[in-house]
Design a protein around this ligand. Structure first.
Ligand SMILES: C[S@@+](CC[C@H](N)C(=O)[O-])C[C@H]1O[C@@H](n2cnc3c(N)ncnc32)[C@H](O)[C@@H]1O
Length: 314
């Protein structure tokens, strides 16, 4: 084992040794906790995490209806998604965002996703806490469900806010890969041009739900892009609302370390099945590419990655 690898391993275990709760699952650098995220966040050391992706409750499960596969279905996703009123919901978002800021490294960044039910509260809390907003991404879903009431526009996007902890520190942005990589899933991304802030990505494929469904599962294409854009190999990625661990699957696929937290065991069991399936494919994928130095090498690497990713996630 190289010196570098030994150091990185130590880095992950050094973080986890602060947590007294027993992990629900550990394999390599993929760790899951079945707890309230506030409890685990409180035990993580300061300045220890490179990137946070958070998909917190949207607080929209309040008796409404939507359409799924042509049928009218309730939007109730579970107790965890019920609103507790504006003040309590805001306080919760403030608390977990505050905890994430402490554990992020100075050059670390955080992503938070949501719809209008929650994203403005998260945005307000981010600004109140002194995060520096880098982008708000509009994730356009070309296959979003139709609107039943016909009284307003059909909701077909979610917003992702990308912010850094510290305005003065240099955050990671893999600009060349975003610009020159192949992103065939997104008809808005033109080959060789800068990646813009509107991303067209379908909701999860059937194959992404073969081990069971999470009611708000994110597509792997979305998390693949986020992980590749804002982290480096060996970085520690944290998801405090991990659900079926789409973030963890993308992190593991690209050699990042992962800590996921969720209060519901059934979602962690789903995460484990997804992780175990991809683990053998990851080993194969991770033997592939050398470090690229020139623009041409970057482009070749990006294309090679895109082909491998397509194989991995089809
Ligand atoms: C919007 S879903 C995340 C879905 C995930 N991005 C995926 O791709 O599967 C939010 C998750 O947060 C969990 N949750 C809600 N409140 C929590 C809390 N305080 N601590 C830990 N998990 C929580 C829920 O059980 C749910 O699985």
């Amino acid at each position: 084992m190289s010196m570098n690898k030994t150091l990185k391993k130590t880095k992950m275990s050094k973080i986890l040794e602060h947590i007294t709760n027993k992990p629900y699952f550990v394999k390599g650098s993929f760790v899951l906790y079945n707890e309230n995220s506030l409890e685990i966040l409180a035990q993580l050391p300061d300045n220890s995490v490179d990137m946070v992706f958070a998909d917190p409750p949207y607080n929209l499960s309040n008796g409404g209806f939507t359409v799924h596969a042509g049928r009218m279905v309730s939007v109730n996703k579970g107790e965890w998604d019920k609103s507790k009123g504006f003040r309590d919901d805001y306080e919760f978002h403030y608390k977990w965002l505050e905890a994430c800021k402490r554990v992020l490294k100075p050059e670390g960044s955080l992503w938070v996703s949501g719809t209008y039910h929650s994203i403005y509260q998260c945005g307000h809390a981010l600004q109140a806490l002194g995060y520096h907003i880098l982008n708000d991404i509009s994730w356009f879903k070309p296959n979003a469900s139709p609107n039943l009431s016909c009284r307003f526009f059909t909701a077909s996007h979610e917003t992702l806010i990308w912010a850094r902890k510290d305005k003065k520190a240099k955050h990671t942005f893999n600009y060349d890969l975003m610009k020159n990589g192949l992103w065939p899933e997104d008809f808005l991304k033109k080959e060789g041009l800068q990646m813009r802030s509107v991303w067209s990505i379908l909701t999860p494929r059937k194959s992404e739900k073969k081990f069971g469904k999470h009611p708000t599962q994110k597509p792997i294409d979305l998390l693949k892009r986020i992980v590749l854009a804002s982290t480096k190999e060996g970085d520690v990625v944290l998801d405090p609302f991990t659900g079926s661990s789409t973030t963890g699957i993308a992190a593991a696929a690209f050699k990042r370390k992962f800590v996921g937290i969720d209060m519901e065991k059934k979602y962690l069991d789903l995460s484990i099945k997804r992780y175990n399936e991809i683990n053998s494919l990851i080993k194969e994928l991770n033997t592939v590419h050398p470090k690229a130095k020139t623009d041409k090498q970057v482009k070749t690497l990006a294309n090679e990655l895109a082909i491998k990713q397509a194989e991995l996630f089809k």
